[in-house]
Design a protein around this ligand. Structure first.
Ligand SMILES: Cc1cc2nc3c(=O)[nH]c(=O)nc-3n(C[C@H](O)[C@H](O)[C@H](O)COP(=O)(O)OP(=O)(O)OC[C@H]3O[C@@H](n4cnc5c(N)ncnc54)[C@H](O)[C@@H]3O)c2cc1C
Length: 409
C-alpha cells in the first residue's frame, strides 16, 4: 500500500484547504493536500467579501486572484417590492479592503490550489479520504484513488472537506444546526442584462414580495454571465414547482423587478438544487485535528460569509499549528475555536434576524445616521471579527436597539 508522510495532512483543496496549506508551507512545514475531485470543478459560493482579501494576501495569492479577470465587486444591493438600497463596502467602519470579486468557483478554487502548489504544497487530486485514525501522536488517513488505497500520515490533520464533512462524520462530531433545513435552487445564465439600474459591481439580493423568508441572489460575473439562485424554507420552495428549472423560473416570475432585470436572460445551464446545508459540530478541534470552513459550522448563504469564514479558520489554524509543531503549548480551544466562533456567531445573529425580518427592516430603512450604516456595512463586508465595531461586539443588543429605532421611524 502506498504511504505518504508529511508534517500536515489537509483534507480538501477548496479555499480553506488551499489557504491553510500555503500558510503552512510558507513556514517550512511539509503539507499533503488530499482532494477527492479533479480541479477545476464546480462549487457554489461565488460572491466574496472584502475581508477575505486580507487572508488571500497573507497566503500570497492576491496577485493571482487579481490577475484572473474576475468580476470586480464593491458592495451589495437589496431590493424588496420596489424598495431598493445599496451598501458601498469602501464606506465602512472597519479598516481593511473595501472591494473584492464575484467569481466562478471552478476557476477561483483552481487559482488558489495552483498557488498553494507553487508555494510547495503537494496536492493529491482524485484521492477521497474514507478512514481516519487520529490522536495526539498524529493522523493516519486512508484515501482511495482509482480503486487503490493510499495512506497519508501526518503529525496533524486539518479537515477542509467542506460539505464532504469528512472528520465530523468519521469522528462522530456532527451536530444539528440551529437553523431549519432550507433549500437553494440555482444556475448560471447568459444574463443579457440591459437594466441601467443593475450595478454589476454588486451582488443583488432580492426579497420575495410577499414571503419575506424567500430571497434570491443575482451575482454578475465578468463576460456577461451571472449566477442566479433562490433560497427558502424547503416546503415553500417545493411549492414553486416540481423540477428545479420550473422552480427557479416560477420564483423569478414572482419577483417582478428581478424578472424585469432578467427578461433577456438565457437559461443555458442545468439548474441545481441543494438543501439541508446548514450544519454544526460538537467540537471544532481535538487531539491531532482541527476543522476548517464548512467542515466545521455552516450557517446560510445570505451574507456570502462562507468563503470568508473558511479562510479565517485557515489563517487561525495555520498560526496555531505552526506553533504547535514547533513544540509550543497551544490551547486550540481558546486560540482557534473561540476566536473563530466569535465572528461566526456575529454572522449567526444577522442571519437569524434576516429570516425573522428584523434585519431586513434595518437594511431597507433609509437612515440619516451615516456612522450606523458604516458599521452595518462592515459586517456585510465580512469584518465580523472587528470588536471595535459595536455591532460586532454586542451584535444582538445593538441590532435590537436599531430595529426599535427603525420601527419608530
Ligand atoms: C446555496 C449556497 C450559496 C452559497 N453562496 C456563497 C457565497 O455567495 N459566498 C460565500 O462566501 N459562500 C457561499 N456559500 C458557502 C460556500 O459554498 C462555502 O462556505 C465554501 O465553499 C467553504 O469552503 P471550504 O474550503 O470550507 O469547502 P469547499 O469549498 O466545499 O471545499 C471542500 C473540498 O473538499 C473536497 N472533499 C470533500 N470530501 C472529501 C473527501 N472525502 N476526501 C478528500 N477531499 C474531499 C471537495 O471535493 C472540495 O474540493 C454558499 C453555500 C450555499 C449552500
Amino acid at each position: 500500500m502506498k504511504e505518504v508522510v508529511s508534517d500536515v495532512v489537509v483534507i480538501g483543496a477548496g479555499p480553506a484547504g488551499a489557504v491553510a496549506s500555503a500558510l503552512l508551507v510558507q513556514r517550512g512545514w511539509t503539507v499533503s493536500v488530499v482532494e477527492r475531485q479533479e480541479f477545476p470543478r464546480f462549487s457554489i459560493g461565488e460572491s466574496l467579501l472584502p475581508q477575505c482579501m486580507e487572508f488571500l494576501a497573507a497566503a500570497n495569492m492576491l496577485d493571482a486572484v487579481q490577475d484572473a479577470g474576475f468580476q470586480f465587486k464593491n458592495g451589495a444591493a437589496f431590493e424588496w417590492d420596489g424598495a431598493r438600497t445599496a451598501f458601498d463596502f469602501s464606506d465602512k467602519f472597519s479598516p481593511g479592503p473595501g472591494t473584492t470579486f464575484q467569481v466562478q468557483r471552478a476557476d477561483f478554487d483552481k487559482v488558489l490550489a495552483d498557488e498553494a502548489e507553487k508555494q510547495g504544497a503537494k496536492i493529491y487530486y482524485r484521492h477521497g479520504i474514507r478512514e481516519a485514525e487520529i490522536d495526539a501522536s498524529g493522523a493516519r488517513l486512508v484515501a482511495e484513488c482509482d480503486g487503490e488505497e493510499v495512506v497519508f500520515r501526518g503529525r496533524f490533520a486539518l479537515d477542509a472537506s467542506g460539505f464532504g464533512r469528512v472528520l465530523p462524520r468519521l469522528l462522530d462530531l456532527d451536530r444539528p444546526s440551529p437553523f431549519p433545513a432550507r433549500e437553494s435552487v440555482f444556475t448560471h445564465v447568459q444574463d443579457n442584462i440591459d437594466d441601467a439600474d443593475l450595478d454589476r459591481d454588486k451582488i443583488l439580493i432580492t426579497v420575495h414580495p410577499r414571503l419575506r423568508d424567500i430571497w434570491y441572489w443575482l451575482i454578475p460575473f465578468s463576460g456577461g454571465r451571472a449566477s442566479l439562485g433562490v433560497v427558502g424554507d424547503r416546503e415553500k420552495i417545493a411549492a414553486l414547482g416540481k423540477e428545479p428549472q420550473q422552480i427557479l423560473r416560477n420564483a423569478v416570475e414572482a419577483a417582478p423587478e428581478l424578472a424585469k432585470t432578467l427578461r433577456n436572460a438565457e437559461f443555458d445551464t442545468p439548474v441545481q438544487r441543494i438543501s439541508g446545508y446548514a450544519s454544526d459540530v460538537s467540537a471544532l478541534t481535538g487531539p491531532g485535528f482541527a476543522l476548517l470552513g464548512n467542515a466545521g459550522e455552516f450557517l446560510d448563504p445570505v451574507f456570502s460569509s462562507g468563503v470568508t469564514i473558511a479562510m479565517k479558520s485557515a489563517v487561525l489554524a495555520a498560526d496555531c499549528l505552526d506553533r504547535d509543531l514547533c513544540g509550543e503549548k497551544v490551547d486550540w480551544h481558546s486560540e482557534f475555536a473561540k476566536p473563530l466562533k466569535h465572528g461566526v456567531d456575529v454572522f449567526k445573529t444577522y442571519v437569524t434576524a434576516w429570516y425573522d425580518g428584523r434585519f431586513q427592516d434595518v437594511i431597507f430603512y433609509q437612515t440619516e445616521q451615516k456612522e450606523i450604516k458604516r458599521m452595518i456595512c462592515s459586517i456585510l463586508a465580512g469584518y465580523a471579527w472587528d470588536k471595535k465595531n459595536p455591532f460586532v461586539a454586542a451584535a444582538e443588543r445593538r441590532l435590537n436597539t436599531l430595529v426599535e429605532i427603525c420601527a419608530a421611524g
